[in-house]
Design a protein around this ligand. Structure first.
Ligand code: AMP
Length: 426
């Protein structure tokens, strides 16, 4: 038997109803904040991620699905392509390619699959889905303002509340600007020097390439050592400190609770200033539902103009895992099952189904080879509410027997009144 590849999975009904419920709610929230959808390619040139995410991040150094194009055209040959491991780099590439700065502030959202070669476990897959958003634009359009950071965080609180996720926790930090980070990295190097030999292999590599990344370490034995290291908050310059204070002031004003976590530096290199995560207890080890932050230098790193920005990515798989709503409660069940009884009744049944579906009723349709008993079983199986019998007598009378499946009550309704009758029963 051929199975789906490791770390991928099929999303089946009724669970897909839950995914659609989440996406519909999320789209409404984005609309209320005047965000518009962007869809970028699922693969991009590898260089985009190397530059936009960072060569020595775990994502780029270990987790990407990369291949060399074997295209026929000379220009395609040997081009290195990668399944996108995240969507911010793609959005910023599109921002630059289409000169979206002409519109002032771009407020964009996306929903789609991302790919990372990680060790699969509950809440961690190789193909997973993210719902994300970015606010990016020239500084003159206010893209750098702490008001943008606070608005994004308030949007997220609204969105989680809206889909029914309770008990989320917002963890907040500022990772400063590149100059602060350089000083901080230096201090970390010094702190690492006497102890790094006792740490894990990844941390030994990080100590050389990018000391900040030691905060990504999940190895339990290393944690007490990491606890003793300096934190970025000690290195913020005046402007970054003021920015961070104002984000917190606005959050207080709109009553969004948060906790500060001065060890939160997030997995990507391009973050500046605000960095955040929302976590949820029900998720176990993989407890981050979403993460995000500011990336003021990213557009320039990708060859674009200065365009400060801030964004987030929600792990949709984890969001769905945290829901208390059941798939059954959001699935739309058939209003009526139409049972053609006797040879030649398929045509009449199809006509009726077409009429009723035009009124936005959910209609399922049987087959005229079924006996009455099999029709009832089929209607029951799909949890329809009513069965409508289409037999020769009904067609002649132009009135149809409708039976309520749960109670067995039966009525006869003329064809012209059928749709209204079902709509009244909804
Ligand atoms: P990141 O791009 O790493 O900041 O991830 C943002 C969010 O995407 C995380 O908080 C997770 O909810 C989700 N996520 C990241 N990697 C995976 C994965 N391999 N499987 C499922 N969800 C993931």
């Amino acid at each position: 038997m051929i199975k789906s590849p490791r770390g991928t999975r099929d999303l089946l009904p009724p669970d897909t109803a839950l995914w659609n419920f989440v996406e519909a709610a999320v789209r409404e929230v984005f609309q209320a904040y005047n965000f518009h959808e962007i869809r970028t390619p699922i693969f991009e040139s590898t260089e985009l991620f190397a530059r936009g995410v960072g060569e020595d991040t775990d994502i780029v150094s270990k987790e990407m699905f990369t291949w060399e194009d074997r295209g026929r055209a000379e220009s395609d040959k040997g081009q290195s392509l990668t399944l996108r491991p995240e969507n911010t780099a793609g959005v910023v590439r599109a921002y630059i390619e289409h000169k979206l700065w002409d519109r002032g502030l771009s407020k964009l959202f996306y929903i789609g699959p991302q790919f990372r070669r990680e060790r699969p476990q509950k809440g961690r897959y190789r193909q997973f889905y993210q719902i994300g958003a970015e606010v990016i634009g020239p500084a003159a359009a206010g893209s750098q303002s702490p008001a943008r950071d606070a608005e994004i965080l308030e949007l997220l609180a609204t969105l989680l509340d809206r889909v029914g996720i309770v008990n989320w926790k917002l963890e907040l930090n500022s990772v400063g600007c590149p100059a602060d980070r350089a000083q901080f990295n230096e201090a970390l190097r010094q702190a690492l020097a006497p102890v790094v030999a006792t740490m894990c292999a990844d941390c030994q590599r990080r100590a050389v390439t990018n000391p900040l990344r030691v905060f990504d370490c999940k190895v339990p034995e290393d944690q007490p050592i990491i606890e003793t290291f300096p934190t970025i908050s000690q290195f913020l310059d005046e402007a970054c400190r003021t920015h961070y204070e104002e984000v917190k002031n606005i959050l207080n004003a709109v009553q969004i609770p948060y906790v500060e976590n001065n060890r939160l530096v997030r997995g990507l290199d391009y973050y500046t200033r605000t960095a955040f995560e929302f976590t949820h207890g029900a998720l176990g080890a993989q407890n981050a539902i979403l993460g995000g932050g500011r990336y003021d230098g990213l557009s320039e790193a990708l060859g674009g103009p200065a365009a400060p920005g801030i964004g987030f990515a929600i792990g949709e798989d984890r969001l769905v895992l945290s829901l208390t709503t059941s798939a059954e409660s959001v699935v739309r069940k058939p209003d009526v099952y139409i049972a053609p009884l006797g040879a030649g009744m398929n045509r009449e049944a199809a006509r009726l189904a077409r009429e009723l579906r035009r009124h936005d009723l959910v209609v399922d349709l049987g087959d005229d080879s079924f006996r009455l008993k099999k029709s009832f079983e089929a209607a029951d199986k799909m949890a329809g509410r009513y069965i409508l019998i289409v037999g020769e007598n009904e067609v002649k009378a132009d009135a149809f027997a409708i039976k309520h499946l749960a109670s067995g009550e039966q009525v006869t309704v003329p064809r012209a009144e059928l749709a209204q009758w079902f709509l009244r029963k909804k």
